[in-house]
Write a protein that binds this ligand. Sequence first.
Ligand SMILES: [Mg+2]
Length: 350
Amino acid sequence: MGDRAIIHVDMDAFYASVEQRDNPNLRGKPVIIGGTSDRGVVCTASYEARRYGIHSAMSGKVAKRLCPDGIYLPVNMKKYKETSREIHKIFERYSSIIEPISIDEAFLDVTGKDYLLAAKNIKRDIKDELELTASVGISINKFLAKLASDIEKPDGFTVIREEEVIQFLRPLPVTKLWGVGPKMEKELNKLGIYYIGDIQNYDVDVLIALFGKRGKELYEFSFGVDYRPVEDHVLNQSIGEEETFREDVDDVDVLIHKLKLYSVNLSNKLITKGYLIKTITVKIKYIDFSVETRSMTLNIPTNDDAIIFTISKQILLSKFNMEKKVRLIGLTLSNLIYPEDPIQLSMKIE
Ligand SMILES: [Mg+2]
């Protein structure tokens, strides 16, 4: 392996698997969590439900059209959070550097350890003790470990070794690169770039001229270079507010006003709890039920409502299509940190 060994663990169809575990009648059946109302959205679909074409973020209405006989269950977040904590306890047996990135996903830094054994044991413990399956990816950094965990899902176990990285990345579509969404994909396609190998062959100076710092990052990612550390002080939490409008909105000032209200409320929450946040995410659901989220991560953590509002407004105005009517707008703050710990703050601010 390289200088570092990183494991990415991603639970398989997490919410649905927890429900199937707890109720044998649900096993082997298409189970859909969320989307119980027509205006709701699917959070997780069991693998049986995915065969009908159902996937997360799909509207409940569409899901029911695809699979009318599916079992639609409400989100039982309390239960999933408890299970998530149990999973975290298992992680702690194998590493003290753990970065949870969502309720069912985390990075572990296992540098200097027997990383294959650690990954195998994590899967075994999750299976034996919690009756759930996880997919794990093992590699030299976060980007590659996450890519690896996705390859053999469900119940996957994939290693990408340092010497295989460039060849491994070459044939993959550019959307597999960290942070390349549909918009960036279009930009790259215009340059004749479709596969990660195309970026490897591109002139890095041209990419920098076109995309600035992002261009350099893309080039580095295309060779599997990713120096980001596993940040174990980042909490597996986020806070947010969202609202579905009674009538679809096409007035951007109404959306901005909502962001302002959310910013004040969420900032108050942060101050009461003593947290700072680093990542601001705006979510929009359009009239056609398509959902888009766009985020920005700050260098310096904050709890200031004016900063949160300014940035969320900027995200709204610069990253969304304001030509379509909007059904819902939400604001989420994540990457929470405790500022009390002086080490964390100094690390962040320098
Ligand atoms: Mg998952």
